[in-house]
Write a protein that binds this ligand. Structure first.
Ligand code: BYC
Ligand code: FE
Ligand code: FE
Length: 475
């Protein structure tokens, strides 16, 4: 099963050549995908050679091949992880029953919605990042941007395969619609909030890959547990690629922190802005912004959708096998919700049925994972002898989805009224002048091995190559 047919027009390990109808359908979608990629993918770089890894197998060792390719020639393939022997449905009402290899009729709409929502984020992120190539701080970073972009394209392929293979005509229509929506377009926006937010500078890009791609990691972990086996296997392989996206984010922000720390050490007390760096409090505001937008991606704290996804066996918890109780009936979960409407927003603990709190359970794991990254950034500050520490804002801060939406909270989680929010907003979220300063620093650096002045070099290159390797051939 794990043999990948690389000679095929669509590389795959799903025996596409034994299903001519499906193969024709996907081959018909391929040119539409390529037109979308040309129109909405990295602008101005399609003809350049980029040192990219391509997934060529699903074996843990040696699944990727590196080489210079032009992005439109990237081999976007359909790859499913090998089946897990003897796996059965691991949670919900069908616990212990055989996995579904075809769509269970009663859950068709629920499942399609999950797949379409996941799928929609992939091209959305490519659209959000399409102009960043103009201002990359180094060829190393430029290459990493394009690597992430082509892999998000492959993630779209992964989901479109499921839509075409398992959902007939509706699936084909959804696959077309995925190429028609546009990030940030008021008339046909992408489905989820964060995927309509502009990503205009590289600090935002690193925050996006740190926080928003990490939502991807947790949603994919939850879907990897799915009783619908093709979805589980697809997501399992996507996670292999996803790790690099978060590496780009965490080390990207880490290198900015490091550079700022160096500038502060060289000239204590001086404004790092004058020396071409990004102030720590600006970095904190970008954290506040992207972290809170990404928290929204987990959906409401109390959600009947989440309960349905879990009960049906379609979407589990990130580490479902680690729990003892896989049915989650009768159990409760404590959420801190604002006192009833008209109240002042103070939070009171409330017990809710565990199944309804599954979004929050997943968010808990996500928060912890982020904290580990923030702790690593703070170690850099500590080593530099600086007192400043970065931190994740409290969960109610700046939320648009769920029980905190429509109210205001400080980064410490204290309720604040409208006037206080307006007065302090620029302390908590990037202000126009913070954005202007960051925008001003965004200038492309194209000399191999050189870095822009606002970011430290990475500790090593890609695929064992030196830092001054020609990761992207600019001419
Ligand atoms: N923005 O019951 P509720 C990735 C909607 S990222 C706008 O509270 P539910 C990637 C919701 O749809 C991973 N709308 O939430 C990262 C519902 O609408 P309806 C993407 C939102 O349904 C970087 C209503 O509000 N994968 O891969 O339990 C680069 C009430 O919703 C939002 C997935 O998301 C929002 N933030 O949970 C590239 C996995 N949140 O039904 C890629 C699949 C909620 O009233 N999706 N709404 O019309 C899901 O599991 C669920 O749809 C969600 C929402 C967790 C997203
Ligand atoms: Fe993805
Ligand atoms: Fe990603």
């Amino acid at each position: 099963m794990s043999n990948v047919d690389l000679a095929a027009r669509i590389p795959n390990n799903v025996d596409l050549d034994h299903d001519p109808r499906l193969q024709r359908a996907l081959e018909k979608w391929l040119p539409d995908y390529l037109s979308w990629w040309q129109a909405m993918g990295p602008q101005g770089w399609q003809a350049r050679d980029v040192y990219l890894r391509t997934a060529v197998s699903v074996d843990a060792d040696g699944w990727a091949r590196f080489g210079h390719v032009k992005m439109p020639d990237y081999r976007w393939g359909v790859l499913l992880a090998d089946p897990v022997p003897a796996r059965t449905i691991g949670f919900g009402d069908h616990l212990g029953r055989p996995l579904w290899q075809e769509v269970p009729g009663e859950y068709r709409n629920l499942l399609r919605r999950l797949i379409v929502t996941q799928a929609d984020t992939e091209p959305a992120s490519v659209e959000q990042q399409r102009r960043l190539g103009d201002t990359a701080p180094s060829l190393y970073d430029l290459r990493n941007l394009f690597q992430v972009n082509v892999e998000e394209g492959r993630h779209l392929w992964a989901m479109v395969y499921l839509l075409h293979r398992y959902f007939g005509r509706d699936g084909r229509e959804e696959a077309e619609a995925l190429l028609a929506r546009r990030s940030g377009d008021p008339d046909r926006p992408r489905i989820l909030g964060a995927f309509n937010a502009p990503v205009e500078d590289w600090l935002s890009y690193f925050m996006f890959t740190m926080f928003t791609d990490r939502d991807g990691k947790y949603q994919l972990l939850a879907l990897s547990q799915s009783g619908f086996d093709p979805l589980a296997r697809t997501c399992r392989f996507m996670l292999t690629e996803e790790a690099h996206h978060m590496f780009v984010g965490e080390t990207g922000v880490g290198r900015v922190v490091q550079r700022t720390a160096e500038l502060l050490q060289e000239a204590p007390g001086r404004d790092v802005r004058e020396r071409g760096g990004i102030p720590l409090d600006t970095i904190q505001k970008y954290v506040n912004s992207w972290y809170s937008i990404s928290l929204d991606l987990f959906g409401g704290e109390v959600s009947t959708n989440a309960s349905d996804f879990f009960a049906s066996g379609l979407k589990g918890r990130a580490k479902e096998p680690d729990y003892e109780d896989h049915v989650a009936l009768g159990a409760t979960y404590t959420v801190r919700r604002p006192t009833a409407s008209g109240g002042d927003g103070r939070l009171v603990a409330e017990e809710v049925p565990l199944r309804n709190a599954m979004n929050e359970v997943l968010r808990d794991e996500y928060v912890e994972d982020n904290q580990r990254g923030v702790d690593r950034w703070n170690r850099t500050l500590e080593r530099a002898g600086l007192a400043f520490r970065l931190r994740l804002p409290a969960r109610p801060f700046h939320r648009a989805i769920g029980i905190y939406a429509g109210r205001h909270y400080s980064p410490e989680g204290e309720p604040v009224d409208e006037a206080a929010w307006e007065a302090r907003r620029d302390e908590w979220l990037p202000s126009a002048s913070d954005r202007a300063h960051v925008a001003d620093l965004m200038r492309a650096v194209h000399e191999p091995g050189r870095m822009a002045g606002w970011i430290a070099p990475p500790s090593r290159g890609v695929d064992g190559k030196p830092l001054d390797f020609d990761y992207v051939r600019v001419t």
